[in-house]
Design a protein around this ligand. Structure first.
Ligand code: FES
Length: 98
């Protein structure tokens, strides 16, 4: 059985839930390691989607990161305090405040 060594260093948020990640992890890796496998729902049917290729090719891992929609979580490195949310359907065209 594979186990992950204890994690320390980076805390990200998945909605209201804190997730511990290793420095250098992608957001997708941190989410999958924490048991999160749905990062978005489709715009047409609302079907769940999540990381698949882990190399930036499939776009299944899109999520909202720090208020920015359509972020490829497999290509984005974790940063302490990062806020990640499930992207539900089509993203809004509105720009985040700030
Ligand atoms: S998992 Fe395929 S683009 Fe991120």
């Amino acid at each position: 059985m594979l186990t992950r060594p204890p994690v320390s260093g980076v805390t990200i948020w998945w909605g209201d839930t804190q997730i511990q990640a290793r420095p250098g992890d992608s957001v997708a890796v941190a989410l999958l390691a924490a048991g999160v496998n749905t990062t978005r729902t489709t715009a047409t049917s609302g079907a769940p989607r999540g990381p698949y290729c882990m190399m930036g090719a499939c776009f299944e891992c899109l999520a909202e990161v720090d208020g920015v929609a359509n972020v490829q979580t497999c290509m984005t490195e974790v940063r302490d305090g990062m806020h990640v949310r499930c992207q539900k359907g089509a993203p809004s065209l509105a720009r985040p405040a700030g």
